[in-house]
Design a protein around this ligand. Structure first.
Ligand code: SF4
Length: 305
């Protein structure tokens, strides 16, 4: 039986042999992060992949992230090591539903969070990340915005852009959306000196209690730079572990143990190993029209943000 260290060594050898770069979303486990070449959030990873010289990419994350990578790097071979790793929020609407809404409400601009499938991106007018959503929505010419698929992030943006009229559809991230004020109160009582750092995918009642609200990358940067020593982390639980590894003199506490995304934890070292050996994993294949239309909504994000 091989040890974890031996598998990691073999993965590092195979990466070189197969001209492959491994990207890992920050919600992956520590073992995956340790063999990754680039770690970050979904859009940031896809952008960095564009400038990477390697021919093959393994995206350790969920399907929409691998699709975004393929859209921005159409000439590269992009692999999802565990094809079962999806995102329930990204897949909660069909393209047809959004197209029907657009037909009935042509005055609306459809804004899609980057956490959407490639197909949904093709019918969006513009994409947003959690860190640029406010700026992009402010700069949109239309007065009316349909914000998909996360009504929590959408409501957070709508408060900061009161001059626009927002419409949402029920849904959101099943993990962040289940957080409640009581979760925050309970942890704050136990750690009264800790700062509460929250992702805007959490409901308003939790966001309102936060000392800082931001994307995963922004939360991590804030905690690294802060002089404070204790932090309650209101986003996926792996961020607690990664920050703990990075900042040994600080303490990180999860807002709730329920903030654990099983899809983000689906990818294992063995999935990556077998993908490198071409024995498992799935190459992301998108037709040219889908890639072109979806890329247009990402380019609009750059133009407006
Ligand atoms: S944490 Fe939520 S938004 Fe992120 S991949 Fe999991 S289900 Fe999707």
């Amino acid at each position: 039986m091989a040890s974890v260290e031996e598998i990691k060594k073999e993965i590092n050898r195979l990466k070189k042999e197969t001209d492959t770069t491994i990207l890992a979303h920050a919600y992956q486990g520590q073992d995956v992060l340790e063999i990754a070449d680039i770690v970050g959030d979904s859009y940031g990873l896809a952008v960095k992949a564009q400038n990477d010289p390697k021919e093959n990419i393994i995206m350790c994350g969920v399907r929409f992230m691998a699709e975004t990578c393929k859209i921005l790097c159409p000439r590269k071979h992009v692999f999802l090591p565990n094809p079962m790793a999806g995102c329930p929020m990204a897949e909660q609407f069909t393209k047809k539903e959004v197209e029907n809404f657009k037909k009935e409400n042509p005055e609306y601009c459809v804004v899609a969070y980057v956490n959407t499938t490639a197909k949904l991106k093709t019918c969006a007018d513009v994409c947003v990340t959690s860190s640029c959503a406010v700026e992009v929505c402010r700069n949109i010419e239309n007065e009316k915005i349909l914000f998909i698929p996360d009504p929590n992030l959408g409501s957070y943006v709508a408060e900061k852009v009161p001059e626009k009229q927002f419409q949402f559809i029920d849904g959101g991230c099943p993990y962040h959306a289940r957080m409640r004020k009581e979760n925050a109160q309970k942890v704050k009582e136990k750690y009264p000196n800790a700062l509460l750092l929250v992702h805007p995918e959490c409901p308003k009642e939790v966001v309102e209690m936060a000392d800082f609200v931001g994307s995963t990358t922004e939360i991590m940067d804030y905690a690294r730079k802060s002089d404070q020593k204790e932090f309650i982390i209101g986003t996926e639980i792996s961020i607690v572990e990664h920050l703990q590894f990075e900042c040994l003199d600080k303490q990180f506490i999860p807002l709730s143990n329920q903030l654990l995304c099983s899809d983000m934890k689906a990818t294992t070292l063995m999935d990556i190993y077998h993908t490198l050996k071409k024995e498992a994993g799935e190459e992301i294949i998108l037709d040219q029209d889908t890639m072109d239309q979806a890329r247009h909504s990402l380019e609009e994000m750059i133009r407006l943000g």
